[in-house]
Design a protein around this ligand. Sequence first.
Ligand SMILES: Cc1ncc(COP(=O)(O)O)c(C=O)c1O
Length: 375
Amino acid sequence: MSTLRGIRPALLEDWLRVRYFDARIDISSSGVVPYRLSEICSLTGLALEELGHLAFRDSPSLGQERLRQALVDRFAPRSGHAPLVANGSTEAILLAVSALVSAGDEVVVTSATYQSLSSLAESAGAKLIWWELDPGSSTPDLDQLRSLVGPRTRAVIVNFPHNPSGITLTDEEYRELIAIVDNHGAYLLWDAAFGELAYDADPLPDPSTRMERCVTFGTLSKAYGLPGLRVGWCIAPDQLLTEMVRIRDYVTLNTSPLLEEIAARVVENGDAVLRPRFEQARDNRAAVARWLEDNADVVAGFAPHGGVTAFPRFVGVTDTRPLCEFLADTEGVLTVPGDCFGHAERIRLGFGGRDDELRAGLAVLADTARQWGAR
Ligand SMILES: Cc1ncc(COP(=O)(O)O)c(C=O)c1O
């Protein structure tokens, strides 16, 4: 593992950390409405007194067994791979990239991308090769991917449904992507942070049921409404997990047993926790689709088939950062400037939150875009 000294600043985090806590209306987030502990207790049957017996011992390096079993049962029942429980999928991504990628490797990664999926590999000395996803189209270009993957490719790193664009894969495209990566002996790093937020089709299965060299990332931060719990995971081949634990021994050692205990109940009762937030996200998506239609004179984009982010463009605005700053500082409406994802002409919107907040935020956004476009 190379040290992370000199790694690029994480632009999205830099933007959010100074604005997130003051926003009046938040339509920036890639999550859903966060649950309260009391809600989790009633949805999962967890009684707080049960936690009173918990001893704050160290957890096993790969995570608490009950939670690991629940992860396999829910996310990868037919996989020969095993989970590592992590402090958010952020930690799992760091460990997997550190274990897999060395200086000089070629790594193919989507552009735009959630930044840790690219900058960690770059910091390890890899040559990044960008698979450009056109944020104006809901379809990924697999021919382009085919032309980028070759014998020197160590890993292909993707996230579908995609943050920020909302681009998703059909079942056929998913199979094709796996075949392209597998045929070249590369690893597939498959970030399924939004995997269960699929509106028009079933969620795509864990790729480890179809190929050996793959690592899947998951998290309770997004669809499950628990970003502050800081529980994520990866599902990976055994020999890679051993390497990841070797690195983890110098980073976090393990996850908190308290968080793992809560997470185990959540995953065991996954449908009950997911359903209310999924339904809200699905209804909010319809509101975004209507908003795009009603404001087609100032915004251009599509309502995604998966995930909770959209990435529209604003007619006549080439750099949305001043617009986003104005929205945040003057109107109290938090969005994300597209330059955090390499597309200055776009804005990332999160539609997983409260519906009244979303509607109010979108109305301010359209009015402001109209004024700015006319300037
Ligand atoms: C695609 C993607 N992967 C991973 C993460 C990290 O999530 P966490 O560390 O909270 O599990 C995020 C957070 O925004 C994300 O958008």
